[in-house]
Design a protein around this ligand. Structure first.
Ligand SMILES: Cc1ncc(C[n+]2csc(CCOP(=O)(O)OP(=O)(O)O)c2C)c(N)n1
Length: 167
């Protein structure tokens, strides 16, 4: 499966969820597949998507689901967050790792993900094996970081119909 196909499949199951995408082509492909205010595109900080997702899921408790889209390189960069996720066991967080065994966004340098069991290290981790390679001609996200943040925070603060009332 190609990485963009995996993103498409994940997004077919997404309704009100907040989606945090790691930096690089995963964000750009998510933008192309389905841009929405509830998406946060991480700019630059590889390895930080899960820590942001953890904080949000913790703050929002069971009132809103959070989905993190990671690459294997980013997940390896932020391994500590996987362990924290395992410790916290937040029921409203799902962590997808799109594993192509490489840092594809920056030229396909190999990672050591083949020797890592992300599912055991983290919590509610779904590893999707994807073939290496970037889609040709994927556009850059035409928003700057402050706009992405403002739009996302506003969307996160809105209360969709499906939210459970705060108890
Ligand atoms: C801390 C940090 N190191 C390096 C980079 C440069 N960089 C951006 S995306 C990327 C590769 C990401 O690889 P992966 O998470 O495996 O996703 P893929 O592109 O393979 O889908 C790198 C090295 C960065 N933005 N931040």
């Amino acid at each position: 499966m190609r990485r963009i196909e995996a993103i498409r499949q994940i997004m077919e199951g997404v309704s009100d969820e907040l989606v945090i995408a790691t930096t690089g082509m995963i964000s750009r492909e998510l933008f192309l597949v389905r841009d929405r205010p509830e998406n946060f595109y991480m700019c630059g900080s590889m390895g930080c998507a899960l820590s942001l997702g953890l904080g949000l899921a913790l703050a929002l408790c069971s009132r809103r689901r959070v989905v993190v889209l990671d690459g294997d390189g980013a997940a390896l960069t932020g391994l500590g967050s996987l362990v924290v996720a395992r410790h916290l066991k937040l029921p409203n967080l799902t962590h997808y790792i799109l594993d192509n065994e490489s840092y594809d966004s920056t030229g396909g340098q190999p990672t050591c993900s083949a020797d890592v069991d992300f599912e055991t290290l983290g919590f509610r981790v779904r590893v999707l094996r994807v073939v290496p390679g970037n889609e040709p001609g994927i556009p850059r996200i035409p928003y700057d970081a402050p706009f992405i943040l403002r739009r996302f925070v506003a969307a996160a603060q809105r209360k969709p119909e499906t939210l459970k009332p705060e108890t």
